[in-house]
Ligand binder design. Structure first.
Ligand code: SAM
Length: 224
């Protein structure tokens, strides 16, 4: 039996008007997708009976997306696309030119909605924001970092990734204002960094995130 919290109960029985006996599919991010039946339709604390597993747990590759907060609508879009395309963790980073705030709870809700929409069985966590420079000082040495460098002095992303191997990776995308000079120095100095260009045009941060995830998934991820 699966007890539902108030938000889930309100949604299922207040908005979706599900009744006892109705069937639906549920997932919790670890155990794959299950067929469930409404056992108690109550807008505060509903109850589901999980009947059988219908799809295996599919966990995306170990890829983090580090992104500087951008305008709300675009950031929601970026989170939603990152979930659909397959990232393991979403990590907001505060940079010198970041001038937007982030509502973690709202971004996490967008991540859950995106997973539900695309039939995923995994929902990446949206972590609490951290200062980029501090994060780089303690960067995990076994994790490669794809630095999307808008100066375009770096290798084309396809060329760079062709020479790399799969494993724990992260992608870092700057804010509308780009990375500050000291952030660029700190990134280029990091052993784990692979600097890449995403082509000759300047992309918006949300576009750049999608482009970098696509390139990485095609070269090293679960799109091969
Ligand atoms: N203010 C910067 C400028 O005008 O040059 C643009 C920053 S861009 C809107 C936001 C982020 O997207 C950049 O920090 C970078 O991470 C990424 N990006 C955009 N275009 C890129 C490109 N052609 N190559 C690599 N990264 C790019």
């Amino acid at each position: 039996m699966l007890p539902l919290d108030a938000a889930q109960s309100t949604y299922l029985f207040g908005v979706m008007r599900r009744k006892p006996g109705d069937e639906l599919r549920v997932f919790d991010g670890q155990g794959g997708e299950w067929l469930a039946e409404v056992a108690k339709a109550n807008k505060r604390n509903g109850l589901l009976l999980c009947k059988k597993a219908v799809a295996p747990q599919v966990t995306p590759p170990d890829l983090w997306l580090l992104f500087a907060p951008i305008k709300k609508a675009r950031m929601a879009f970026m989170v939603e696309k990152a979930v659909e395309m397959g990232v393991r963790k979403l990590l907001p980073v505060l940079t010198g030119f970041t001038n937007e705030r982030i509502n973690i709870g709202r971004m996490q809700a967008h991540a859950v909605e995106a997973a539900e929409q695309c039939g995923a069985t995994f929902v990446p966590d949206v972590a609490e924001p951290v200062k980029l420079l501090e994060l780089l000082e303690n960067w995990p040495e076994n994790r490669k970092l794809l630095f999307c460098d808008e100066s375009r002095q770096a290798l084309p992303v396809a060329t760079a990734l062709a020479a790399q191997s799969a494993g724990p990776w992260a992608i870092v995308i700057g804010p509308e204002g780009g990375f500050s000079p000291d952030e660029v120095v700190a990134l280029r100095r990091l052993q784990a960094v692979v600097s890449v260009s995403l082509g000759p045009r300047i992309l918006r941060a949300d576009t750049a995130a999608m482009a970098a995830i696509t390139a990485w998934q095609m070269a090293l991820g679960d799109w091969r």
